[in-house]
Ligand binder design. Structure first.
Ligand SMILES: [Zn+2]
Length: 278
């Protein structure tokens, strides 16, 4: 699942194309969106901002309307220059599309495109994913998922006090690895950065929250933030995992073999080093 840095990377590619401009054309090719009338509702409106909170991305239009996406496991945003059509997409994909290039030049089947925004000769496309909706300002304010989100891990100044309060208010017997995945505690950390953060702070992800002191809880987030910010700027190649996906390989810090096991209700695989994470 794309994590906060991947979503922020997408926003960083979309923003220079759309912000401050009126898209020339907005198309929703799929019958599932035919009744939504987004092209009509968004016609002639300037894009005022493109921003993110955790894994949620917002394209904001004048008049208080915002396209809101959550990509889930399968979704992706793509940004394509017409000159590069048929070549590699410029922006983010949640996963490699094995179907290969298509006639659209998008690298994904046009049948999976929920929305296409054309502006300044670019095509911005959202594919797949569980959530793509047009929110009014009122709807956004009362959306329960959005209002329950914890502080954004990628915010320019992270609200560490609030994060700590939320973690301390969580079930103390829950493992710290599982608590970090809960977007109500901190928004934007997923399975990769949970594992990397625990490793950075030398904290065993299997410890119950009650057994991790405030300093260590904060260290997990503070140490991955710069790495996540680099990835948000430079793209997924900047992640350079130390433990994630490296089962059986030597820990870069102590040399012990990295372990992996499913954790939490969703049984997401956690990677950790038994040698230096206590
Ligand atoms: Zn180690």
């Amino acid at each position: 699942m794309p994590e906060g840095d991947t979503i922020a990377y997408a926003a960083n590619r979309i923003r220079p194309v759309l912000a401050g401009r009126v898209p020339e054309q907005i198309v929703t090719p799929q019958p599932r969106h035919a009744l939504d009338r987004w092209p009509e509702r968004l016609r002639d409106r300037t894009v005022t901002a493109v921003d993110t909170h955790g894994k949620h991305l917002f394209v904001r239009f004048e008049g208080g309307l915002a396209l809101h996406s959550h990509l889930g496991m399968t979704g992706a945003w793509g940004v394509y220059e017409p000159a590069r059509a048929g070549l590699r997409p410029l922006a983010v994909q949640a996963r490699q599309d094995r179907a290969g290039p298509t006639s659209s030049g998008w690298g994904r089947s046009p049948r999976r495109a929920w929305i296409v925004i054309r502006c300044e000769g670019h095509e911005i496309v959202e594919f797949d994913g569980p959530t793509l909706e047009l929110l009014t300002a009122g709807r956004a304010r009362f959306d329960q998922t959005l209002s329950a989100l914890g502080p954004d891990v990628l915010a320019s100044s992270f609200d560490a006090d609030r994060f700590l309060r939320l973690v301390r208010g969580d079930d103390p017997t829950r493992t710290i690895g599982d608590a970090l995945l809960d977007q109500r505690n901190v928004a934007g950390i997923g399975n990769i950065w949970k594992a990397e953060g625990c490793w950075e702070a030398s904290v065993d992800p299997w410890r119950p929250v009650a057994g991790v002191c405030d300093e260590q809880v904060l260290a997990i987030v503070e140490r991955v933030r710069p790495r996540m910010m680099r990835s948000a700027r430079d793209g997924p190649r900047a992640i350079a995992a130390r433990v994630y996906g490296r089962k059986g390989q030597p820990c870069p810090r102590c040399g012990a073999a990295i372990q992996a096991r499913g954790q939490g209700d969703a049984n997401r695989t956690t990677y950790w080093c038994p040698g230096c994470q206590a």
